[in-house]
Design a protein around this ligand. Structure first.
Ligand code: FES
Length: 115
């Protein structure tokens, strides 16, 4: 499938059905985050495998030469979204994906004083 006019590809995250656009130069993890979707992650450089999920449809490329997946895992459809770049419209399966919830501001100290 061809990219949108701005070069971005549509990505759908199952089973929740979240949708976002991933440009050619942004990892799936960062594109999802920019769209308000939180995917599991830790190292963000393809080493820890915390973000590992399944590619159900579409094609990706990697931003790093040696993403931390075995050949068998790649053949089974596992990908690392933190270093994966969309090369077509995608469907990925990431059961722990969730809406990004902004952090609450730090609590104010309880001093008992009124201002
Ligand atoms: S976040 Fe560590 S491999 Fe993706």
């Amino acid at each position: 499938m061809k990219p949108a006019a701005d070069g971005a590809f549509a990505v759908r995250v199952e089973p929740a059905g979240f949708r976002f656009e991933a440009g050619a130069g942004a990892s799936l993890l960062m594109a999802a985050q920019a769209a308000g979707i939180r995917l599991p992650s830790s190292c963000r450089n393809g080493a820890c495998r915390a973000c590992m999920c399944r590619l159900v449809e579409g094609e990706i490329a990697y931003a790093v030469e040696w993403p931390g997946l075995s050949r068998d895992e790649k053949d089974e459809g596992w990908i690392l979204p933190c270093v994966a770049l969309a090369r077509s419209a995608l469907v990925i399966e990431s059961p722990l994906a969730a809406p990004h919830v902004p952090e609450a501001p730090p609590p104010r100290p309880l001093t008992g004083a009124r201002r």
